[in-house]
Design a protein around this ligand. Structure first.
Ligand SMILES: Cc1ncc(COP(=O)(O)O)c(C=O)c1O
Length: 362
């Protein structure tokens, strides 16, 4: 990238977060979710760091993501839970990837492919993938028949995080699924439905494994609790140099649509990141960045490849390093600040970051 936009992942922070989360998980095993390019952090390097930190499992959405990890030589158990129609699971079998199956067709295909084991995915109320309760008898009966060729290693579901009451209903449904499997002589050692929020909020949701996504990257899943409150360290820092500055007289329009017209003469600095890099245009004129220890407001519309900040009369120069976001404990804007600015969520801020941006580890 000629403009020197950079994403730096602090692997020591990833390891630190795993340590904190393992403690919070108690006796449950720890899966770290590395789907969506490891939440924008870079799949292979992040997965390597998590594996080195001793996580028990890695989780991905689809088999392509799982195979990328295997091709990179990562040998940690990997679970993948979203599959294309007609998936044969042959690659999963060949590369020792564990599929979570949501229906009979997937179960049959996994058995035919000779995968080592499956997790059964049940829909306990999210209304996404997973077998709904009326489908459990047929799925579980068949899983029992196939038990000798295809062990059921896990039972999984996913929470909607709507309210403690709604999560409680899902948990009750999950226990029913577990009991229904038990009646058929299947006792999966791995029972998991909690992601970051439930795992950190409610020990009763732990089952025998928890799946940490956002929190493993050091980001808080709660709007009212910071990373530091949770003892976590945000691992990702996005930086870019100032590429130009210019003096703008009071009243002059700045960027598309002239969303911003300064009230007094000021200096604006151009930062070469925009929505093609995954920076949400909805944060236009709201988000902030830092240069050194000073915070500057993004002004006007965020464009495809650039945004503009108002640096007032400060001596900001071409080449100065702009921290778009990083660890708030170091005085930077956080990914959560960007989420608030764009009216989105922290997951979206990091997962949207373009895969073509150079990532390095520190
Ligand atoms: C099935 C599943 N488990 C776990 C996670 C991790 O969620 P979080 O990032 O909230 O920890 C996700 C992410 O969306 C998911 O889809």
């Amino acid at each position: 990238m000629t403009q020197d936009v950079r994403l730096t992942v602090d692997t020591a922070a990833l390891a630190h977060n795993v340590g904190v989360l393992r403690e919070r998980a108690g006796s449950a095993l720890v899966m770290v979710v590395v789907k969506a390019n490891a939440y924008g952090h870079g799949a292979v390097e992040s997965a390597r760091a998590f594996a080195a930190a001793g996580v028990d499992w890695l989780g991905v959405a689809d088999l392509d993501e799982a195979l990328e990890l295997r091709r990179a030589g990562i040998t940690t158990p990997v679970l993948a839970w979203l599959h294309a129609p007609g998936e044969t699971f042959e690659q999963a079998a060949r590369h020792d990837v564990t599929p979570a199956v949501s229906d009979l067709a997937q179960l049959e295909a996994a058995a035919a492919a000779g995968v080592r084991a499956v997790h059964l995915c049940v829909d306990t109320g999210l209304s996404r993938n997973g077998a709904v309760e009326s489908e459990w008898p047929a799925l579980f009966d068949r899983a029992a028949e196939l038990r000798d060729v295809l062990p059921v290693e896990g039972l999984m579901s996913h929470l909607s995080n709507t309210s403690p009451e709604e999560d409680g209903l899902q948990l009750a449904s999950f226990f029913r699924a577990s009991a229904a499997l038990g009646e058929r002589g299947i006792e999966p050692p791995l029972r998991h439905l909690a992601a970051s929020a439930a795992a950190l909020h409610y020990e009763g949701s732990h089952g025998t494994m928890v799946r940490f996504g956002l929190a493993a990257y050091g980001l808080s899943p709660f709007p009212d609790r910071t990373s530091a409150d949770l003892g976590l360290r945000p691992a990702l820092t996005m930086t870019a140099p100032v590429t130009s500055t210019k003096r703008v007289p009071a009243g002059e329009g700045v960027s598309y649509g002239y969303l911003f017209r300064p009230e007094r003469d000021t200096t604006i600095a151009v930062v070469p990141v925009g929505y093609s890099d995954g920076i949400d245009r909805a944060a236009s004129d709201r988000a902030s960045v830092t240069i050194g220890q000073r915070t500057y407001r993004v002004r006007g519309r965020i464009a495809m490849n650039a945004l503009v900040i108002d640096v007032g009369d400060d001596p900001v120069e071409v080449g100065d390093e702009v921290v778009v976001f990083g660890d708030p404990a170091l005085g930077r804007q956080g990914a959560d600040d960007w989420a608030r600015a764009s009216g989105s969520i922290t997951w979206d801020v990091v997962a949207s970051l373009s895969a073509r941006l150079p990532r390095s580890t520190a």
